[in-house]
Design a protein around this ligand. Structure first.
Ligand code: C6P
Length: 403
């Protein structure tokens, strides 16, 4: 195991003060802070190897291209994808899902075909399917939740028909903090001959992901939630789908030959990477993955799990507090009496505590739960039990003010 206090020294921002108090950063599900090695990797790349990739015969371009492709190999290793050709760099989870909805949709779906998503999806895994519904008239089917707000797997099994073409499901809920039984859901989809996309935005920073063991058809995630930079993310897909899918964006890099009459497309993964890619972001994401691997994802998971258990224990001391969902990972959503989440969040902020409040970009879930939103504390490897204590004391203090 590691000592979070040693880890903290690698994150310059954690020394900050907010309103004169030490920053207690518990909004990691929104974005994590960055270790010095990632910040330095960006600066070092701009200072020493910056040149456009895949375009130049000159030395710098070749070095930049090699570093970019090395980052792709690092991502491949991290999720145990069979081949780097299956790793497509995008701007993040949102763009990855939009790419699949658009390209898979245009290639394989037609009016009346069905896509299954769940009640607990982030807007990124709802709206792209609605846009596709507008465009070609697909039907969206929703997996309901059980009374404890976990996924109703029995009901999921009943949603499949001969028109079901794709399932798209989150691995870990960003609101409820629960981990879905994705392996079981993948096997169920495959037993119907249906491919499945897993939204790993909230899982890759916290638990070991092996896309081959899962047998996911698509797996997507964002760099900025796992100590990497903003603006870079990943789409993994099985070659059988990616090879057949239409390109998403058109432009440089994604072509083989262009004539005014007809264009032929580049091989994987470049077919889906039109324009100059964020190669510096990809290099820094590679560094973030090395950082995670150095600490050990199992150690990170164990530390965050113990923080969550400790938080649940200590939060139970707060009068009229209720936990929303069944958190089993690194995020805890709660409400206290009838204090509006925004009020609680604003007052905690004055104490230097950064948590997230509101609908967390999952409005249908919040509506389903019949609540105004939640207050969410989400942990990362640098958080400590002392910070949990400060959070709990802060919540008690706000609760006393409202009493
Ligand atoms: N959730 C949160 O505070 P992007 O913005 O593309 O990096 O990730 C979108 C996304 C997709 N799926 C899930 C499950 C997510 O949690 C998120 C991002 C953040 O909960 C910002 S809304």
């Amino acid at each position: 195991m590691f000592n979070p206090n040693d880890i903290r020294e690698q994150f310059p921002i954690l020394d900050s003060k907010v309103y004169g108090r030490p920053l207690i950063y518990l909004d990691n599900a929104a974005t994590t802070q960055k270790p010095r090695c990632v910040i330095d990797a960006i600066s070092e790349a701009y200072c020493t190897i910056n040149a456009n990739v895949h375009r130049g015969v000159h030395h710098l371009s070749q070095v930049a291209t090699e570093r970019f492709e090395e980052a792709r190999r690092t991502v491949r290793r991290f999720i145990n994808a069979p081949d780097s050709r299956q790793i497509i760099f995008t701007r993040g989870t949102t763009e990855s899902i939009n790419l699949i909805a658009s390209s898979f949709g245009d290639t394989f779906l037609k009016e009346g075909d069905q896509v299954i998503i769940s009640t607990m999806e982030h807007h990124s895994n709802i709206v792209p399917w609605q846009l596709l519904r507008e465009r070609i008239g697909i039907e969206i089917k929703i997996i309901p939740l059980k009374a404890d707000a976990t996924l109703d797997v029995e009901a999921y099994k009943e949603l499949f028909t001969e028109r079901t073409r794709l399932v798209s499901l989150t691995h870990v809920s960003n609101v409820l903090g629960c981990t879905n039984p994705v392996k079981e859901c993948i096997d169920i989809a495959h037993s119907h001959g249906v491919p499945i996309l897993i939204d790993g935005a909230q899982s890759t920073p916290h638990i070991k992901v092996d896309v081959q063991a899962l047998d996911a058809d698509f797996f997507v995630f964002s760099g900025h939630k796992m100590y990497g930079p903003t603006g870079i993310g990943v789409l993994y897909g099985k070659e059988q789908w990616l090879e057949q899918m239409q390109p998403y964006h058109g432009g440089g890099e994604m072509i083989q030959t262009v004539k005014f009459e007809k264009t032929t497309f580049n091989e994987l993964p470049y077919k889906f990477e039109a324009g100059t890619p964020d190669y510096i972001g990809a290099i820094a994401l590679g560094k973030a993955i090395e950082f995670i691997e150095h600490v050990g994802i199992e150690n990170i998971a164990a530390h965050e799990h113990s923080l969550t258990q400790y938080a649940l224990e200590r939060l139970s001391e707060v009068d009229n507090m209720r936990i929303i969902g069944c958190p089993d990972g690194s995020a805890v959503s709660l409400l206290v009496g009838d204090i509006h989440p925004a009020d609680l969040g604003t007052l905690l902020d004055r104490l230097g505590i950064a948590i997230r409040t509101g609908h967390h970009c999952a409005q249908p879930l919040i509506d389903h739960l019949g609540i105004p939103g939640t207050v969410r504390a989400s942990f990362a490897l640098y958080n400590t039990k002392d910070e949990v204590d400060i959070l709990v004391e802060g919540i008690k203090r706000v609760a006393r003010m409202f009493a």
